[in-house]
Design a protein around this ligand. Structure first.
Ligand code: DON
Length: 331
């Protein structure tokens, strides 16, 4: 009897949760029609706007996935989480945070405005493009592939295979790079970039073009939920303090200028990308009731139709519903 179990790990438990998640994906798929696929990078406009998929990986080994879960997509801005962690591991947290702040901007991810309007001494956070380019410029290496190697290695450790870079997406990013170049030139002029602009941009576009799936995002989310340790592997993959900082940044800045609403209505750290991915982290929680995934889980979502801030429109609605049903909020 499902309700009488204590660890949500039996086949009957899984089937029960699976039934619900299938219904919720079916229900929320209609909201994909309210969004638009990203078109400022031409190749992303080819995505099927009706797609919606989710994968949830629990610390107890339970995996529930539903919808369009087999479609590979590019990681885009979710890579900013990985590059930030790699920079902290390479240079030390203090070094990185001396050069990039941890404050939400309340502005679009590719805004250049705050750099000039507010009298700041560093980009406001690593998840807006100004901060992400600064972080990427800090990575060790003289070529883009040297800088990317530790990112690919860290991903491989977490997802179990070496991901590839989608060359067509990389080229499309380069062809439509005017805004990132503008931000980049501003960073050069203000002395924030530690590598030359061309190398920084090439590395950044390549990191955004890494291909992943919802299962991969759920795996990474699960490791973050577990403070940087793989519950099924040995040892620490990400130092605990870095995992904590990155989760705080995801909660406050991960969904761009919709981060406040996401924290309020969903209540878990998450990071989105313009190809429609969302990586969410539900840390272990203490509750009176016994709830699914109470020991923590990672969630990967794919839904390329976006709202006006650049986040998956149906993905956010689906996450909001699941978070309320299972009481996932960290608050
Ligand atoms: O235009 C860029 O900077 C991208 N390649 C990454 C953008 C992104 O995913 C922002 N997200 N919501």
């Amino acid at each position: 009897m499902v309700q009488g179990t204590v660890n949500w790990s039996t086949k009957a438990d899984k089937d029960w949760l699976q039934g619900y998640v299938d219904d919720w994906v079916d229900f929320y798929r209609k909201h994909t029609k309210e969004g638009q696929v990203a078109s400022y990078i031409p190749i992303l406009a080819k995505a099927n706007p009706n797609h919606l998929g989710i994968s949830i990986h629990g610390k107890n080994g339970m995996i529930v996935k539903s919808g369009d879960t087999d479609i590979p997509f590019t990681i885009q801005s979710i890579s900013k989480v990985i590059s930030f962690m790699v920079a902290c591991m390479e240079k030390g947290i203090g070094y990185v945070l001396d050069r990039v702040d941890v404050e939400p901007t309340g502005e679009a991810f590719n805004s250049i405005m705050h750099l000039e309007m507010k009298s700041i001494d560093k980009p406001l956070n690593p998840f807006v493009n100004a901060g992400a380019l600064t972080v990427t410029s800090m990575l060790n290496g003289k070529t883009a592939m040297e800088k990317l190697e530790p990112i690919l290695k860290l991903l491989e450790k977490m997802i179990g295979y070496r991901p590839t870079i989608n060359q067509a997406v990389f080229e499309s990013e380069e062809e439509s790079s005017a805004r990132n170049r503008a931000i980049g030139y501003y960073l050069v002029e203000t002395g924030f970039l530690e590598s030359n602009l061309e190398l920084t941009l090439e590395t950044y576009f390549k990191q955004c073009s890494i291909e992943i799936t919802v299962d991969d995002l759920a795996r990474i989310g699960l490791i973050l939920a577990n403070d940087g340790r793989d519950p099924f592997g040995e040892g620490e993959i990400i130092p605990r303090q870095i995992a904590r900082i990155v989760k705080a940044l995801m909660l406050t800045c991960g969904m761009y200028d919709a981060s406040g609403k996401f924290a309020t209505y969903v209540g878990i750290p998450a990071k989105s990308g313009v190809s429609g991915g969302i990586m969410a982290v539900a840390p272990p929680r203490v509750r009176e009731r016994y709830l699914p995934f109470i020991e923590g889980c990672g969630i990967g979502v794919y839904g390329p139709a976006l709202e006006d801030r650049g986040n998956s429109i149906a993905g956010i609605k689906l996450l909001k519903h699941i978070a309320s049903q299972w009481d996932l909020s960290v608050f």
